[in-house]
Ligand binder design. Structure first.
Ligand code: KIV
Length: 292
């Protein structure tokens, strides 16, 4: 018996936390990746600004622009039917003041088709978060390692290792909950910190490099599938090797073209004898009627 899948909403996510049913989030950046992630059954699709690194080839997420996010979110929205789509507000946007944040978040929701926006940070961006939520735009928070601050953090390192910074993460999580966020990404924090945050707030937590006690887990598409990704963080588990398959397939294509094997008869179409005669003035040896 097939059960009809419903669209995932903020209510679904909250219910899943209450029922302790693990939430899955995958990043996707274009029509095919969104289609596949949706088809696989991920409740949430994140159009992460990690696209700067895994799709556009930058060495951080900092260069990603709002136009980039809009462009990619549009493609994801076309590819996904059921998943809850969350799109990243790019570098600095959340700090620019109410109006600018609203304008940017508004584009991602209204023009691109996101259901929510994700913002990196805690108290320092709380006004922007409140502005979006008051305007009816769901916000996903992001604490711990916030990659847009990579230069300030001195690299991609685990956050919240000492008591003061662990407490700061918990305090920020409570603040974001009070502001009304619909989910919270916890990136690269010790498992105990993620466990404490997940137990303290009613908002679903989605971990990446944050241990098993979160309410859900997220991985980056290109890492999970080994699809041209250059970085291999220790917290990533590889579930398939699309890169290897892709190179294998492309090498075979190249070899077959060079060897005259591709295209074969089944990949070619032909003229009818009448047209061949009209074209050459006489029947050509080996010509076949058009079959495709
Ligand atoms: O941009 C992104 O993909 C993210 C995830 C790593 C959570 O923020």
């Amino acid at each position: 018996m097939t059960s009809k899948r419903k669209k995932v909403t903020t209510r679904t996510l909250r219910k899943m936390k209450v029922e302790q049913s693990p939430i899955t989030m995958l990043t996707a950046y274009d029509y095919p990746s969104a289609k596949l992630a949706d088809q696989a059954g991920a409740e949430m699709i994140l159009v992460g600004d990690s696209l700067g690194m895994v799709v556009l080839g930058y060495d951080s997420t900092v260069p990603v622009t709002l136009d980039d996010m809009v462009h990619h979110t549009k493609a994801v929205a076309r590819g996904s039917k059921h998943s809850f789509i969350c799109s990243d507000l790019p570098f600095l946007t959340a700090h620019l003041g109410r109006e600018d944040v609203l304008r940017a978040a508004g584009r991602l929701v209204q023009e691109a088709g996101a259901h929510a926006v994700k913002m990196e940070g805690g108290i320092e961006i709380i006004e922007g978060i409140r502005a979006c939520i008051q305007a009816g735009i769901p916000v996903v928070g992001h604490l711990g390692l916030t990659p847009q601050s990579v230069h300030q953090l001195g690299g991609y390192r685990i956050q919240g290792r000492d008591l003061a910074s662990a407490r700061e993460i918990v305090a920020n999580a409570k603040l974001l909950e009070e502001a009304g966020i619909c989910a919270l990404v916890l990136e690269c924090v010790p498992a105990e910190v993620a466990q404490e945050v997940s137990a303290t707030i009613d908002v679903p937590t989605i971990g990446i490099g944050a241990g098993r006690h979160c309410d859900g887990q997220v991985l980056v598409y290109h890492d999970l599938l080994q699809y041209g990704s250059d970085i291999h963080p220790s917290f990533v588990k590889t579930y398939a090797d699309l890169g290897e398959q892709a190179v294998k397939g492309m090498k075979q294509f190249i070899e077959e073209v060079r060897a005259g094997v591709f295209p074969g008869p089944e990949h070619s179409s032909h003229l009818s004898e009448e047209v061949v005669e009209g074209l050459y003035g006489a029947k050509k040896e080996g010509s076949a009627p058009c079959t495709s």
